[in-house]
Write a new protein. Structure first.
Length: 471
């Protein structure tokens, strides 16, 4: 098997050749490519940065987005390209699209893949933690909820769905349920969220273009404000309040307190939206979509893990690690659904076992510690992509270590509690909630079991999540 670093180097070499050929065709002049590197993040698509040099423009900074090999979707990429064109037409800030994969397979762009976009690189910052913490963004952070509201209003009230061929529509909750069922791993908290959402659906005021992934991390910002909205791959038609709710999902606050991407209050988001569109968002509808968005992120996390297991994806480590983030979503859903009271704390030594007599010493967690330290040290000297994967690998080792320490006692306690309720497995409890035979809002024992399971999983997956401030 070829080592990942060699695979990345070989792919970069092939892409450099293909980009040089394609840009030379587009510019009708020889074009040299330099500085090609894959950016971190992006589990479903690859993003590469590069510099293209011609006699007339010696240093054009560009971005290549393409579907990962084996997961190409030319139709979806075409919709994304059309959405970028339409957004630019109506004044939504987006990168300038230079080239796109052809709608019908052809020799154009050969080597770049059947689904790609080539666009200008917009200067500014998109990394959420920098935007939320660096001093240079202190002033603009205060304005961002208002500006984000204005940009969303332009998307929803100016973009014409008819100008984006193939734009999908449909019941988002039903589609999410179908995806969730395809994973085949029902969880009580997620089942409860589906029931509550189906019982309390808001009425949509209009049918509009919905970005589908409008959040902190998908906007480029500089000191003057928003420079570009990125990643239109999930664009569709639907209730515009979906985008506002998704923006407020806790996962996109990255440890900050404020609900709108960690930047500020919903009132400023709503004010910007209303001033741009003349329509004031309904807070209850936005809350419904925030619950939906949290549930959606849980399903997507599970879907990424299934993708890694089924297809042996190249980014298996990253995708499997995302699968454990379902625990964060469970915790957030319990809070949003009013079942996280009193506020729990992570499980610790009180429910752990330290017996190592069968396998001796050192214990498994002790063995993992120096491996993690070595991995962390080696990744510091690597390229950005490898450093990113090194951090993920170190976090995975921490998760495994915590599960080895805390898992046996927590698992035994959970199974005993399920048996007292009359269930053999947590799946049985999940299906009972789906069918309405039990309800944690009326049965305190069921609520206790759900709380403990969610807290135990989060204690293993990411105990720091308990310390992050919430509203």
């Amino acid at each position: 098997m070829t080592p990942p670093q060699e695979q990345e180097t070989s792919r970069a070499r092939s892409l450099t050749t293909a980009l040089s050929t394609r840009l030379s065709q587009l510019r009708d002049a020889p074009c040299t490519i330099s500085g090609l590197r894959r950016l971190t993040g992006g589990a479903s698509a690859e993003t590469w940065s590069l510099t293209a040099a011609t006699a007339d423009d010696p240093a054009a900074e560009l971005i290549l987005r393409r579907d990962a090999p084996g997961a190409e979707d030319p139709a979806r990429m075409a919709r994304e390209a059309d959405a970028l064109d339409e957004a630019a037409r109506v004044g939504v800030p987006v990168p300038r699209l230079l080239d796109r994969s052809p709608r019908v397979p052809s020799a154009e762009g050969a080597g770049l893949g059947p689904s790609y976009l080539l666009m200008t690189r917009v200067p500014g910052e998109a990394l959420p933690r920098k935007l939320l913490r660096d001093e240079e963004f202190a002033d603009v952070r205060l304005r961002l909820p208002y500006e984000l509201g204005r940009v969303l209003a332009r998307i929803h009230h100016r973009m014409d769905p008819a100008r984006i061929p193939g734009l999908t529509a449909g019941d988002q909750l039903e589609q999410l349920r179908d995806t969730y069922d395809s994973i085949g791993d029902p969880l009580p908290v997620l089942e409860l969220a589906f029931r509550r959402l189906s019982e309390r659906r808001p009425m949509a005021d209009r049918d509009a273009v919905v970005h589908g992934d409008f959040r902190n991390g998908n906007v480029i910002v500089d000191r003057d404000g928003i420079r570009a909205v990125l990643d239109w791959e999930l664009v569709h038609r639907g209730d515009p309040m979906e985008d506002l709710g998704w923006l407020c999902v806790r996962a996109w606050r990255f440890g900050a307190e404020a609900p709108v991407g960690g930047f500020g209050p919903r009132s400023e988001l709503f004010r910007g939206y209303a001033e741009e569109s003349g329509t004031t968002p309904d807070p209850e509808a936005v809350h419904w979509w925030e619950v939906y968005g949290t549930l959606r992120w849980a399903v997507l996390c599970g879907l990424q893990a299934r993708r890694a297991r089924q297809r042996g994806a190249e980014d298996a480590l990253e995708l499997l690690a995302v699968g454990r983030r379902v625990a964060e979503c469970e915790y957030d859903l319990l809070r949003l659904l009013g079942i996280l009271d009193p506020a729990p704390v992570p499980i610790a030594e009180a429910v752990s076992t330290a017996d190592a007599d069968l396998f001796g010493n050192p214990s498994a967690p002790e063995l993992l510690t120096p491996v993690r330290e070595l991995l962390t040290a080696l990744s510091r000297e690597a390229d950005p992509r490898s450093r990113h994967l090194g951090r993920i690998a170190a976090n995975v080792l921490d998760t495994v270590s915590r599960e080895l320490s805390l898992g046996p006692a927590a698992r035994a306690r959970h199974v005993a509690a399920l048996h007292r309720l009359g269930f053999d497995t947590e799946r049985d409890l999940a299906l009972a909630i789906r069918h309405g035979s039990v309800c944690p809002h009326t049965d305190a024992a069921v609520a206790d079991v759900m709380r403990f399971a969610a807290v135990a999983r989060l204690s293993v997956a990411n105990p720091r999540y308990f310390d992050e401030t919430t509203e």
